[in-house]
Design a binder for this molecule. Structure first.
Ligand SMILES: Nc1ncnc2c1ncn2[C@@H]1O[C@H](COP(=O)(O)OP(=O)(O)OP(=O)(O)O)[C@@H](O)[C@H]1O
Ligand SMILES: [Mg+2]
Length: 169
């Protein structure tokens, strides 16, 4: 039940075809929407970064990370690095971060830290579970680390299959 629910929520699986998508455009759209809603969210990176992927699923994963940075960290600095073999997205905030002993467990379904429950942010505890599943379904990774000073950094790495190389503009 949980497995099929997660599959549904992450919007992946057989339902979505792989296609060339512009990850930079997806990030700009998400960041603009959050900024329009009054949040301190900014995007820094290339204007275009094409990747063969399941775009709805990837957008869901990125939205979950940005949502967390806004909810728990008060805003997000989102950046994109476009290397030949991998796209790397970083979503960084200046909130309290996550205690070292919880950096792995927060990926488990329905896992929420006591502090976020107390703040009444009202999530289900599925955002990171879904985001990591999307990353792994693309052969990539999602990792969390506390930043020097304060705040959390989420790093999503998506490998670029040879066939996904953007054709010269
Ligand atoms: N940027 C962050 N800073 C501090 N804590 C975080 C951050 N992102 C996630 N967390 C902690 O990890 C927990 C799990 O995050 P996750 O996104 O999986 O679930 P959620 O945000 O609680 O609910 P949902 O995403 O389903 O709405 C959060 O409840 C929060 O305690
Ligand atoms: Mg969340």
């Amino acid at each position: 039940m949980i497995d099929s629910t997660l599959a549904y929520l992450r919007g992946d699986s057989e339902g979505e075809e792989r296609r060339a998508a512009d990850i930079a455009a997806i990030l700009e759209t998400l960041c603009d929407a959050a900024a329009d809603a009054g949040h301190a969210v900014e995007y820094a990176g290339p204007r275009q970064a094409r990747l063969l992927c399941r775009p709805v699923a990837v957008k869901r994963a990125l939205a979950n990370l940005i949502d967390n940075a806004v909810k728990y960290g008060g805003g997000a600095h989102v950046s994109l690095e476009d290397a030949a073999d991998t796209l790397t997205v970083r979503v960084e905030d200046r909130g309290p971060g996550i205690p070292a002993e919880s950096l792995q467990t927060v990926f488990e379904p329905f896992r929420r830290l006591e502090t976020s429950r107390n703040r009444g942010t009202g999530g289900a505890g599925l955002g990171l579970t879904i985001a990591r599943q999307v990353a792994e379904a693309h052969g990539g990774t999602l990792t969390l680390a506390n930043r020097r000073g304060s705040g959390l950094a989420a790093m999503l790495r998506l490998p670029r299959p040879a066939a996904a190389q953007a054709s010269p503009a």
